[in-house]
Each structure stands twice: as structure tokens, then as C-alpha cells.
Design a protein around this ligand. Structure first.
Ligand code: AMP
Ligand code: GLY
Length: 421
């Protein structure tokens, strides 16, 4: 089977690594890919947001299955156009991708599905939004409606902060995304993520994970795209997971199908868990990055069969073969991230890291230049390991981190602390 993966991050490297292990995979192309992906797949360069270009490339290269990594091509309708062209595609339609692209849309779906989530108000008028903040007080959460690259959410611990955030959003701080604002009740608890494969009707859990969003040890400093992750997340135990599937995920899928926009792909539910009760924080319509890396490490070659089953409406017969294992990934980022950082520094020592089914360094922002691997992004490497226990996975991951020679990079030293405390 000829397979095309769209994307260029650690998520796509991990997907490619897992898919490639499946004997069904003949030719593997990743667009645009990165230096790590180039070691295991062909990299192709074209505009992955242009559906016409993607369809042409897939047809010219006899691609039989497309896996869409990031949300932007999904929201742009790339999966719709591929399916119209008769190409099996993993990823939701542009209409179903609204679950990530619009916070208002997701709140309406939750209302219709009676899924537990934060109480909220939806505003297109600054004065009404300010009145709502003053009536409800802090802590309170202010969200720009559209995709804002993870920066459109302000968790305001004081009323003054909340008022400033509302004024910023209506003042255009987030561009078009701020013209509509959702204001939510602050939910207390522990956050974890549930990844569910969906084929339009059926849902199958692909595992749980916990991310580390803050840049510094002890969860300090500014928010990032994620500095490390591990799977499974103990707070999302089997009972909480079942509750989330029954009360949140399945009712959402039913509501999406009822509206004529069935959801196919992976549904990534960010959950706030308190006293064993999960509530929905947000949906994403893709795998998390770096959460995908730990899921792929645990699942390996079967991932291709599972994604294909979801894409072809056959999840009812599929099952996940779990090993009783744990995986953990440490993100190496360029010094300065999530602020400004230097590019093109050289990374050495990668050849000293083992690469097997227990240890992998997935690449995110890297490129290959003159025989060197150089850093080209903020988040650069995802040092990932698997073990019989989380502490074993963590020891293996940090042992690899210590072999990597990259003075311009840094990482958190406490990934996994919540589960190991
Ligand atoms: P989102 O982009 O909706 O995931 O929000 C980003 C982060 O803000 C989440 O991962 C949570 O840590 C936090 N957050 C969002 N909504 C709430 C809420 N209603 N209560 C508490 N924290 C929230
Ligand atoms: N790591 C968080 C995300 O992928 O959205």
C-alpha cells in the first residue's frame, strides 16, 4: 500500500515510524516531513493546505491511503477533497473539524449532547462580555472563537485580568479569531487527554496521555505546545475513561451524525477530572503533539490497521492490542522557546541514541544540512522511551537526552512528575 502522511512535526515522525513497521506499507511519503522523517520515508514538498494540489500529488503517486496530521489542512477541507477523489483518508471533513476550529460550535454540540463541560456565554459584543465577567467574577476563562495557534485562551485568576483579556480580544489581538468570544466557568481538577478513533459511528479508545504545557520545571513559566508527555495517564483510569466515552464522546458522535456531519478520524478530548468525574475542556480533531509520540511508541505497527479501519467505517471489528506498558517523551526545545530563539544550531550525539521498539528520538523542527542535523524550530526533538513502568520509561528517555550534545537546546527535567509523585 502507498501511504501519504501530511505534516512535519514529531507527531508525523511518530506516525510514520509506526506505519512503516506494518508489512502492509510499501511506499511511505511524508509532506513536507523533516530530517528525522527523511531517514525512514520519502519527503515531498508541496502546499498541504491546497486541497487541489494534495489530490493531484496523491493521484500522480498512486497513493492509496492519506493520513492527515495537523488541524489546518483538515479545517481547509483537504480530507473532503481526497475522499471525493476516491482516496481513502484518515481525518475529519472540514465541517466536522469545526470541533477544533470553533469553540462556539463545540459548546453548542456539548449542549445538544448533554456532555459535561464548563458553563459558558458566547459573545460578539464587548460590553455584553464585560457584563458577564463582572457578574460571574474570577477565576474565569476567556477564549477567542477560532483557531489561534493555542494562544487564544486566557485563564484569568483575577477580574482585572479577565477584563483586559476581553478588551484585547475585541480589540483584534487575535485577528479575526477574536470577533467572537466564549467566556467559561473555570474548572478545577487534573487535566488529561483521551484519544478516540472514530469511523462516523463507532468509537474505539486509543489510549490516554498527559501533557506538560508550561515551559519550566514544576509547571512554571509560559504555555507552550507541550514540553513532554506520558501514557497512560493514571488520573484517567478505566472507570473515568468509560464515563468519558459514555457521557461525552459517544453523545458527541451521535450529535455530529444527526447533523449530517459524522466524525471520522481521531477525536482528542482534553478532559478536566475532579472526584472521578470527567468534563470536557476542548476537542482537537487530530493527535496531540507530543502526546501522539507516546501513543505510537505503545501501539507500534497495529496503528496502520486501526487508522485504516477508522477511515473505512470498520471500527466495529477492530480492537487495540495493549501491552501492559508505559511510554514517556521529553521535548528538547531551542533556548528561548516559546519566545524567540536562534535557528540552525548543530545537534550532535543522535547517533549514540538507541533506536528500537523501546527507544526513539522523533524529530520535530529539524533539517539536514551538509551531513549535520540542525535545529529549525522551537520544539526540535522528542526523546521517547517505553518501559514496563513509567519510571523505567523515564530513565530510558533521560539517558538518551544526556547523550544528545546540543548546547543551544533545553528540556524539562521533571516529565511524568504527576504520575510518579
Ligand atoms: P483550550 O485551548 O481550550 O484547550 O485551553 C487551553 C488550556 O486552558 C487548557 O488546556 C486548560 O489548561 C485551560 N482551560 C481551558 N478552559 C478551561 C476551563 N474552563 N477551566 C480551567 N482551565 C481551562
Ligand atoms: N500538546 C497539545 C496539543 O497537541 O494540542
Amino acid at each position: 500500500m502507498n501511504i501519504l502522511i501530511l505534516g512535519s512535526g514529531g507527531r508525523e515522525h511518530a506516525l510514520a515510524w509506526a506505519v512503516k513497521q506494518n508489512p502492509k506499507c510499501d511506499r511511505l511519503i511524508v509532506a513536507p516531513g523533516n530530517a528525522g522523517i527523511a531517514q525512514i520515508a520519502e519527503c515531498a514538498h508541496f502546499d498541504i493546505l491546497d486541497a487541489g494540489v494534495v489530490v493531484n500529488f496523491a493521484e500522480e503517486n498512486a497513493v492509496e491511503f492519506v493520513i492527515v496530521g495537523p488541524e489546518a489542512p483538515l479545517a481547509a477541507g483537504v480530507a473532503d477533497r481526497l475522499r471525493e477523489a476516491g482516496i481513502l483518508t484518515f481525518g475529519p471533513s472540514g465541517a466536522a473539524a469545526q470541533l477544533e476550529a470553533s469553540k462556539c460550535f463545540t459548546k453548542e454540540i456539548c449542549d445538544a449532547a448533554a456532555a459535561p463541560t464548563a458553563a459558558y456565554g458566547h459573545f460578539t459584543d464587548e460590553q455584553a462580555a464585560l457584563d458577564y465577567v463582572r457578574a460571574n467574577g474570577a477565576p474565569i476563562v476567556i477564549k477567542a472563537d477560532g483557531l489561534a495557534a493555542g494562544k487564544g485562551v486566557i485563564v484569568a485568576m483575577t477580574e482585572a485580568e479577565a477584563i483586559a483579556a476581553v478588551k484585547d480580544m475585541f480589540g483584534g489581538a487575535f485577528g479575526g479569531a477574536g470577533a467572537e468570544v466564549v467566556i467559561e466557568e473555570f474548572m478545577d481538577g487534573e487535566e488529561a487527554s483521551l484519544f478516540v478513533l472514530c469511523d462516523g459511528t463507532e468509537a474505539l479508545s486509543m489510549g490516554t496521555a498527559q501533557d506538560h504545557k508550561r515551559v519550566g520545571d514544576g509547571d512554571t513559566g509560559p504555555n507552550t505546545g507541550g514540553m513532554g508527555a506520558y501514557s497512560p495517564a493514571p488520573v484517567l483510569d478505566a472507570r473515568v475513561e468509560q464515563k468519558a466515552m459514555d457521557e461525552i464522546i459517544r453523545p458527541t458522535l451521535q450529535e455530529m451524525a444527526r447533523r449530517g456531519t459524522p466524525y471520522q478520524g481521531v477525536l482528542y478530548a482534553g478532559l478536566m477530572i475532579r472526584d472521578g468525574q470527567p468534563r470536557l475542556v476542548e476537542y482537537n480533531v487530530r493527535f496531540g503533539d507530543p502526546e501522539c509520540q507516546v501513543l505510537m511508541m505503545r501501539l507500534g505497527a497495529q496503528v496502520l490497521d486501526l487508522l485504516q479501519a477508522a477511515a473505512s467505517g470498520q471500527l466495529g471489528e477492530a480492537q487495540v492490542n495493549w501491552a501492559d506498558d508505559h511510554a514517556l517523551t521529553v521535548v528538547l526545545a531551542a533556548q528561548g522557546y516559546p519566545g524567540s530563539y536562534e535557528k540552525d544550531s548543530i545537534i550532535n550525539g543522535l547517533g549514540d541514541c538507541p533506536e528500537d521498539s523501546f527507544n526513539m528520538v522523533f524529530h520535530a523542527g529539524t533539517s539536514g544540512q551538509d551531513g549535520h542535523i540542525t535545529a529549525t524550530g522551537g520544539r526540535v526533538l522528542n526523546v521517547t522511551a517505553r518501559g514496563a513502568s513509567l519510571s523505567q520509561a523515564r530513565e530510558r528517555a533521560y539517558a538518551m537526552v544526556d547523550r544528545i550534545d546540543w548546547p543551544e537546546g533545553f528540556c524539562r527535567r521533571d516529565i511524568g512528575w504527576r504520575a510518579l509523585r
